[in-house]
Design a binder for this molecule. Structure first.
Ligand SMILES: Cc1cc2nc3c(=O)[nH]c(=O)nc-3n(C[C@H](O)[C@H](O)[C@H](O)COP(=O)(O)OP(=O)(O)OC[C@H]3O[C@@H](n4cnc5c(N)ncnc54)[C@H](O)[C@@H]3O)c2cc1C
Length: 420
């Protein structure tokens, strides 16, 4: 696989930035991550770049996702990356299970690492206390703090710009994020030994793409109160599986709650606001993480009942962590055949194939695309002919409609939203 290079401006102009914050981790005096309206978070310059800072950014930026993985040996590996084991189950702690996105496996694994394996904490995303429409990365060190982050937040978030929080601690930290966050964090760790030493376990969520802040604004219109009020809470998942998208408002001295189903919120609103980069992503399941967790969508759903998590163990370190959480009574899990992944996540499989066709269309039209991988080519080959054609022709249509040949000016949100 050849490593393509591009300077930061070219990465932004070609819609390649994932918003992970790896650049801000490697040159923190030059870049901070800032909130935008229609994309994910983006690098904002505190001072001008020079050839030294540009080079450092290029060394860690996962935007072109040049694969460091060996070529896959099977369609299973092509679709899902390294798979040592697959498990399905849930947190033993019923409150964690109820509050979490799926079955609370991630929160349970992080809690087990802190309480029983001497970890300092977990670096992860939670709603901003001062504004529940925004996210921030923080370190949690106990059950209460971890629970504040349980549940998926379908809005911009970056982990890597906060990696400095893990380096000062005496013990190791769990790092939890989206696939691009974990790829970015591991890139940073290659150049910052202090990050590598303290990143004791990486856990990725599965991710079909990050909706922008405009998506959240549209969602809030649907979830608005009967009279003008102050937003106290915004939750996208949890309180059952998959849980409702819901708001809690203060109107005078009254509390009002609004909710819509996950299917309505994701299907009718949020998924239409995913940043373009997510449509060209080769890794929707966190292939670089020690452990990846998603929804076992093959399991019949009973609305707003407690859920289950689907867990992929990818490394020996991940295997040890899952086994320990099971032995210590934090996780109840059952081993699954790896092929269950195709039934659980058919959309992510077809997306991985489509990404190869999309990249072909982009390169043909002279637009820089993420590196085409053998893995996504294998998935593309497994698609029906109509889907193969659609991945190429549909992208050409999008290039025109979305004006992808042109750089789009970044619409920054006000300064108060920077560097959360
Ligand atoms: C944008 C987005 C798209 C997703 N797409 C899919 C999909 O296509 N298929 C699928 O199966 N699952 C998807 N998920 C993941 C899924 O919803 C659950 O997060 C996953 O099953 C883990 O559930 P859990 O109960 O074990 O995790 P929990 O115990 O609830 O823990 C979730 C962890 O994820 C972290 N987190 C939440 N939001 C973000 C975020 N935006 N960025 C980084 N970290 C975050 C939290 O801090 C928390 O530590 C998506 C999630 C997001 C945020």
């Amino acid at each position: 696989m050849t490593q393509k290079t591009a300077n930061l401006q070219a990465i932004l102009d070609n819609h390649l930035c994932t918003g992970c914050g790896a650049c801000a981790a490697i040159v923190p005096d030059t870049i901070e991550m800032a909130e935008t309206q229609d994309e994910n978070r983006r690098p904002h310059l505190k001072q001008a770049l020079n050839s030294f800072t540009e080079q450092k950014i290029q060394s860690v930026c996962p935007s072109l996702s040049a694969s460091t993985m060996p070529d896959p040996k099977s369609i299973l590996e092509s679709a899902w990356g390294p798979v040592l084991e697959v498990w399905q189950g849930h947190a033993v702690d019923e409150h964690i299970r109820y509050k979490a996105s799926s079955g609370g496996a991630i929160t349970a694994l992080a809690l087990n690492a802190i309480e029983r394996s001497g970890f300092h904490g977990a670096l992860h995303i939670k709603a901003c206390k001062s504004d529940p429409t925004r996210n921030e990365a923080r370190i949690s060190q106990n059950r209460h703090q971890l629970l504040e982050g349980a549940g998926s937040r379908y809005a911009p978030a970056s982990i890597c710009d906060k990696l400095h929080l893990i380096t000062g601690a005496a013990q190791k930290t769990v790092v939890i994020g989206k696939p691009c966050d974990i790829a970015g964090a591991l890139s940073v760790a290659r150049f910052m030994p202090e990050v590598k030493e303290k990143m004791g376990l990486t856990i990725s969520i599965f991710c079909a793409g990050t909706p922008s802040n405009s998506g959240t604004s549209k969602l809030l219109q649907r979830l608005s109160p009967s009279k003008p009020g102050h937003l106290l809470e915004l939750n996208y998942r949890g309180d059952g599986w998959p849980g409702k998208m819901r708001t809690k408002w203060q109107i005078g001295n009254k509390i009002e709650r609004q909710s819509i189903s996950y299917e309505e919120g994701w299907g009718e609103i949020l998924q239409q606001h995913r940043q373009w980069r997510c449509h060209t992503c080769n890794d929707h399941t966190g292939e670089y993480a020690d452990i990846s967790v998603g929804d076992p969508w093959q399991t019949p759903r009973q609305h707003n009942k407690i859920g289950q998590s689907l867990i992929i163990v990818r490394t020996e370190r991940g295997r040890k962590a899952v086994r320990k959480a099971q032995e210590d009574g934090y996780l109840v899990i059952e081993k699954q055949e790896p092929n269950i992944l195709f039934d659980a996540q058919p959309n992510l499989f077809s997306t991985k194939g489509a990404v190869w066709g999309r990249s072909v269309a982009l390169s043909t039209c002279g637009i820089q695309a993420p590196t085409k991988t053998k893995a996504s080519f294998n998935c593309w080959m497994a698609l029906p002919i109509t889907a193969k054609m659609q991945s190429i022709l549909g992208t050409i249509k999008r290039i025109i409609q979305k004006r992808l040949r042109h750089a789009h000016p970044t619409k920054w949100l006000p300064k108060g939203y920077f560097s959360r």
